[in-house]
Each structure stands twice: as C-alpha cells, then as structure tokens.
Ligand binder design. Structure first.
Ligand SMILES: *Cc1c(COP(=O)(O)O)cnc(C)c1O
Length: 393
C-alpha cells in the first residue's frame, strides 16, 4: 500500500493494547465503536450482554468491569449498569411489566420510583397495590393471579423503615413473582439476593461512587435469563451507562467498605447524641434500640445500619427548615451517600407539595430532618448540629 496522506493517518491513529504487561486499574474505554473481523462475528455480538463489544449502547469494557464488580458485591449472576438510578429502575420495571400486570410495592418509596409507578398505572394499565411493608401477610393478601412484581426498599427514605426481606421473599415462595429491591442505602451491609430477592437496584450516584461526582445506576440479577430480557429492553430505551461515569464509580468502589463502615459508625454515634438532645423528640435510625425494626436491622444489617438517619424537631416545620439552613459544615442538599455530610428537610423541600396529613401518611413529620453522614470527624459534625439546633429552637 502506498504511504497514507496525513489527512487519512490522523483519523487512524495507532491503538495501543498492552502486550506483555497489564494495567492495574481499569482503563477508560471512551470510544463507542469496536470493529470486528467478520459479519458473522458482528451478528454473534448482537446476541447478548456478554458478547464481543461493537457499539457503546450495547456494551463497553469499562462499563462491563463495573457490572462484574457490583455483581460480585451483591452475589448475583450479572448486572446492567445504567445512566442513573432511575435509569436502572425504569429499565427493570418497564422491561418486565406490561398492560394488565399487577405490582405490589411498599408505600415508603423513593419519590422517582413512586412517580414512575403512578405513571405506569395511569398510562400503561399496570395495577399497583401499596403495602406498608411491615408484615409479609400483606403480600399474601395483595397477591393476584396477575401479580408479576414485588418492589421493596431495604431501608426507606427518610423514615429508615427496614423491610424484612427474607420474610417477604418467603411469602412468595412457589410463585413466579419477581422481587425487586432498592438497596441504595445499604450496599455491602445487606445483600438482598442472599435473602431470595431476584433483582437489586442501586443509585450508584450515592454510596457506590460515593464522592458526589457521578450520576449512575445499576441493576444486579439473580437470574441470567431475566437479565437478558432487561438487557434487550435497555437497548431500546438507551439507558446504558457511559464509560467515564462507570470508571468514576469503579474508583469509588475501592473505598466503599471503608466509607460504609465509617459512615455507619458515625451515624450511630450522631443518632445517639441526637436522641439525648432536649430539642429532638424522636430519632429514626435502625441501629438504635428504640427503632421499630431494630430487631430486623440486627439480623439484616449486622455490620451497621448505614449512614442515613432522620430526627424530629419539637418546633415542627419552622424548626426543621431553620435547622437545615443553619448548618455550616453540613450541606443542604437532596442527595446522600457522599463523603460530605448532607441535610434535607423534606417538608420544605422534596415533599413540600404535601400537607401535614399526607406527610404523616408517608411517615414524615413536618419537623423531620434527614441527615446523610459523611466522612467528617463525628465531633465536628456534632458541633455543627448543636449550633444549628440552638438556632432552630
Ligand atoms: C437517589 C435515589 C434513586 C434515584 O437515583 P438517581 O441516580 O438520582 O436516578 C433511587 N432510589 C433511591 C433510594 C435513591 O436514594
């Protein structure tokens, strides 16, 4: 072949694959396109989520590294990473549900998940029954011949309600109802698949990436056939994760065990101090003995109850709002699971459209404040909380 012109050369740069050595960290495969040797190879690559790479929406080596890593953490058969937590949740739900199907879901749900289920009910003809999630008998009572899916959260927001996953999956034994659990609040601390759950979803935006620099999600599957069905649907929706977001999440995973252990220990410490404070009427943290599901938490979350807690201020809505605006070190923001601590007053922010009665129905008081505990020293956090409590009451 004659020498190529510079114009041709620059669009075909040498692609260097390491030979004789290996990278220690996972490389970022930012490109969306891989070429194959034959048409037959390309046809084969279309067949499933673990075939050769060819087009970024169908698979990417960096994204697959993340999927393998989280599959191992959750003890699943495979995973699908998504562009956000809601991307993972919507892909799973719309991939498995059709018109006329029935879903049983816990009442205390992440707001986006609740909105999605309401939308599926209104426009797709999916029937949804909401249950408190306190007693597995609720499932037996709600079960219909058309029930396809049970949707739960290990620890609910912001009430820190803990769902007894093994009891609920046992209630569905002998049926082919698929159980989906949002485990965003308790990665590593709880492995829902060990308790009979079929699909675990995470917002990797939170603890898995952990540094507040990524939006992402992932679904981990116990059954490879269910994963394949959802994978096919994900191609239609285009909810696939981007390589750089996957890479940042992989980097975050390296410190996940250390972060989760420290955040759980600090949250327990702060919860105890709050419980002893005169302006605080109640603390919601599953690690505290007075918590309604403390016994379940000891079984399900033996190594720690996570980094999120909530508490009630005697001064109601006004005090909750004032507290959330008086903290200095702790940031006011609607996220959680980051290295920095965050506060949220649901009644004046995320749930402000709800009146006192509907808040109460969701288990949220007007003075409920949620804290996501980060990696700061607990004494520094407590000093900030104490001065904000003084201002709010
Ligand atoms: C944040 C969150 C989600 C949604 O995740 P995004 O990454 O924001 O789409 C879902 N479930 C829970 C429990 C969450 O905290």
């Amino acid at each position: 072949m004659t020498a190529l012109h510079p114009q041709t050369r620059v669009v075909h740069p040498p692609v260097i694959e390491p030979v004789g050595s290996r990278p220690v960290g996972v490389p970022i495969y930012q490109g969306h396109l891989f070429t194959l040797d034959t048409g037959g190879d390309l046809a084969a690559a279309f067949q499933g989520p673990d075939e050769a790479f060819f087009y970024g929406r169908m698979g990417n080596p960096t994204v697959r590294s993340l999927e393998r890593a989280v599959t191992e953490l959750e003890g699943g058969a495979g995973a699908l990473a998504a562009s956000s937590g809601m991307g993972a949740i919507s892909t799973v739900l719309t991939g498995l549900l059709g018109a006329g199907d029935h879903v049983i879901a816990q009442t205390a749900l992440y707001g986006g998940t609740y909105a999605l289920l309401q939308d599926l009910a209104g426009r797709w003809g999916v029937d949804v029954t909401y249950i408190p999630g306190d007693d597995p008998a609720e499932v037996a009572e709600a079960l219909r011949p058309t029930t396809r899916l049970l949707y739960l959260e290990t620890v609910a927001n912001p009430t820190t309600h803990v769902t007894d996953l093994p009891a609920f999956t046992a209630a569905l034994q002998g049926t082919d109802v698929i159980t989906v659990v949002d485990n965003t609040f308790t990665p590593l601390l709880c492995k829902p698949i060990e308790h009979g759950v079929d699909i675990v979803v995470h917002s990797t935006t939170k603890y898995l990436s952990g540094h507040g620099d990524v939006v992402g999600g992932i679904a981990v599957f116990a059954d490879p056939d269910v994963r394949r069905r959802v994978w096919k649907h994900s191609l239609d929706l285009g909810t696939t994760a981007a390589p750089f977001a996957a890479w940042l999440t992989i980097r975050g995973l390296a410190t996940l065990p250390l972060r989760v252990a420290r955040q759980s220990a600090s949250a327990l410490d702060i919860a105890g101090r709050l419980a002893a404070h005169p302006s605080v009427t109640r603390v919601h943290y599953p690690g505290l003995e007075g918590h309604p599901q403390h016994e379940t938490a000891r079984r399900l979350l033996p190594d720690g109850a996570g980094g999120v807690l909530a508490f009630e201020l005697a001064g109601g809505r006004e005090a909750g709002g004032a507290f959330s605006e008086s903290v200095r070190l702790i940031g006011l923001g609607p996220s959680l699971g980051a290295v920095v601590s965050l506060v949220l007053h649901p009644a004046s922010t995320s749930h402000r459209q709800m009146d006192a009665a509907s808040l109460a129905a969701a288990g949220i008081g007007e003075g409920t404040v949620r804290l996501s505990i980060g990696l700061e020293h607990p004494d520094d956090l407590w000093a900030d909380i104490e001065q904000a409590l003084a201002k709010a009451t």
